[in-house]
Design a protein around this ligand. Structure first.
Ligand SMILES: [Zn+2]
Ligand SMILES: [Zn+2]
Length: 315
């Protein structure tokens, strides 16, 4: 199965500002002067060894992640990242172009998880079928409300795609093609839901928008996260921010480390980056979580990775 990230930010989309862009250019030029780069042929090697914050940007779109095989596409959340996914689906550059049915599964209905939907192009095509899934019983009404004429010029119900709305129950496993999907409620204002997706002995867990108020709470999730190849984890804040924003419903990379180690997870994907965090700050947060892993869980071979737009894993 293939995992791909289309939007990795939390709360609100946060494009790279002109100041951030210029500061990256300046950093690259300073590095080039220091290393005496004068030939074009040196560029690839030079770029490859640049520090992360100069070489990339993690992206400014909000939550959207896909898990797919040749036959089925599961989309988790419709943050602004879903706009690019929609374009790629229509152009046939992503997923099997012969299949016109997609599954869109919501963790919850906060704006950063739904407000890309009006721009998800397949909704506007008559031959497309979209199966919507959520644990929130009123979610069909809420999605329609988002496109009420007071908020958006085109209503969701007027769009010619075939739309099916399915309300999920926690603990009721379901299958989409060869994927087995399980869910578990997370501690978040108005509740968010995590999903575990399994196929051919591989397991990915999508667990965003969650606050763990104590280790004992974290323990409740160990079985659900157990042996995941990849755990996608809400690491919006560092410890200081978490202390100041208690009850906002988010977590830290270090809490992710404890969750991942206790559940024997292979890769921890830091996700739902704070919209106020620069690329450099996100890298610093990852580095501090590696330090924490080495001190608290010496010998652990947990892999900690920052999720970024366009990142893919094939399992
Ligand atoms: Zn969110
Ligand atoms: Zn939320």
């Amino acid at each position: 199965m293939k995992l791909r990230f289309w939007g990795v930010r939390g709360s609100i989309n946060s494009p790279l500002s002109p100041e951030n862009y210029l500061s990256k250019i300046k950093g690259v030029l300073e590095q080039a002067v220091k290393e005496g780069i004068s030939e074009k042929t040196d560029l690839d090697h030079f770029i490859a060894q640049l520090p992360g914050e100069l070489k990339t940007t993690f992206g400014g779109n909000t939550s959207c992640v896909t898990i797919s095989d040749d036959r089925d596409l599961l989309i988790f959340d419709a943050g602004t990242g879903i706009r690019n996914l929609g374009s790629q689906l229509i152009s046939g550059n992503f997923f099997n172009p012969e299949i016109d049915e997609y599954n869109l599964i919501f963790s919850h209905l906060h704006l950063d998880h739904i407000n890309g939907l009006p721009f998800f192009t397949p909704v506007h095509f008559p031959g497309k079928k979209i199966r919507f899934f959520s644990h929130h019983e009123n979610f069909e009404k809420m999605l329609m409300l988002q496109q009420n004429s007071d908020f958006f010029p085109v209503s969701l119900e007027s769009r010619p795609s075939n739309k099916e709305f399915n309300v999920l129950k926690e603990g009721h496993d379901f299958s989409i093609g060869n994927f087995v999907v399980r869910s578990k409620k997370l501690n978040h204002p108005n509740s968010s839901y995590s999903y575990s997706v399994e196929k051919d002995g591989k397991k990915i867990v999508y667990a965003t928008d969650a606050e763990y108020t104590a280790n004992s709470v974290l323990d409740n999730y160990a079985d659900f996260y157990r042996n995941a190849d990849i755990l996608i984890f809400d690491s919006q804040y560092n410890f200081n921010e978490l202390a100041q924003r208690y009850s906002f419903g988010h977590s830290t990379a270090e809490i992710g480390v404890d969750a991942a180690v206790s559940a024997n997870v292979k890769k921890l994907l830091l996700f739902h980056h704070n919209h106020e965090s620069s690329d450099r700050k996100i890298i610093e947060m990852k580095n501090s979580s590696i330090k924490y892993l080495n001190e608290k869980h010496p010998g652990s071979d947990l892999d900690i990775i920052i999720s970024n737009e366009g990142m893919e894993f094939n399992l």
